[in-house]
Design a protein around this ligand. Sequence first.
Ligand SMILES: Nc1ncnc2c1ncn2[C@@H]1O[C@H](COP(=O)(O)OP(=O)(O)O)[C@@H](O)[C@H]1O
Ligand SMILES: [Mg+2]
Length: 324
Amino acid sequence: MKANPGGNLDPQQVYGRNDLIELLWDRLETQSILINAERRIGKTQILRKMLAEPRQGWKPIFRDLEKVHSAQEFAELVYDDVQQFLGTKERAKNFVQRFFEEHETDHVNLKSRTWKKLLTSAIEDLMKADRPERLAFFWDEVPYMVERIRHNDGPNVAAEILDTVRSLRVEQEKFRVIFTGSIGLHHVLGKLTAAGIPTSAKNDMYHVTVTPLAPHDAEILATALLNGEKITCEDIEAAASTIAAEVDYFPFYIHHVVAGLRVEQLSRQRNKRDRLRRPTTGRSSGSLATGSLPNAADLVLSQRQRREPGDFHSGCSVTHAGFD
Ligand SMILES: Nc1ncnc2c1ncn2[C@@H]1O[C@H](COP(=O)(O)OP(=O)(O)O)[C@@H](O)[C@H]1O
Ligand SMILES: [Mg+2]
């Protein structure tokens, strides 16, 4: 497996999350879910794995809401997703479509109706639909969207969005959604409360926190990456366990360290080739001995020496390990 720090992974490359994913599917049977955890811990990869391998009977639809900046845009996304799920046959019967046929001339006009009507009608239509599969909305980075809307449209609209979605969850017994957030939703709600608009937008949801990987899973990931990147060292397993422990089993940093090692190894190989071609000057280049394979400690040390301050997310507790 190639290192891919920050990119999207194939489902089989998502390590150590199977139990959590089972729990999420179990909870979804009865409740919507709020996943709150720091950025780059692996929330999106969990949702993407669930999307690619849904539990039987479910049809998840994923939306990254980080860049959504208005209530209207949000409602349109949900409307589009529901329409797509329902397909043309049911679409003809549903409320929004009827409204379109009776009152509107084109889709643009239909979509510019109030966001709340659009959102509520879409979910009501969805709940009425006779489908063997159940739709689950996976809404990634909800707090960023709410924060953006608070900034652009004001705190009232931001609170109204959360309250509308909450009402739908309460009124529509089968409506299910997973929210994720890298900034705590409670921070955003705190700002709304400070503006005089308290909302109980998350009280009915099941709360989940994502932690780093279990040590064993982190080591397997590190080994797969070291092998995939063809990193040569004396003892791959020892190197993998050192890397995993040094970054507190945080999968993003495991990818990051191995990607750095690959760059370093290539530069060592180039230096070695250059030295063989040129007459020797007696000066050494690179931080690792080039004559023998590096051991695990050398690998991690060489990465530490090269890391720029600020490379790591400030919330990551890797400082004790000597990373800035
Ligand atoms: N379970 C995992 N197995 C392997 N790598 C992972 C895993 N979870 C996250 N990663 C790595 O961490 C990066 C960030 O994960 P991501 O899901 O985007 O974080 P978040 O959504 O919490 O900000 C991914 O691009 C990948 O490199
Ligand atoms: Mg994410």
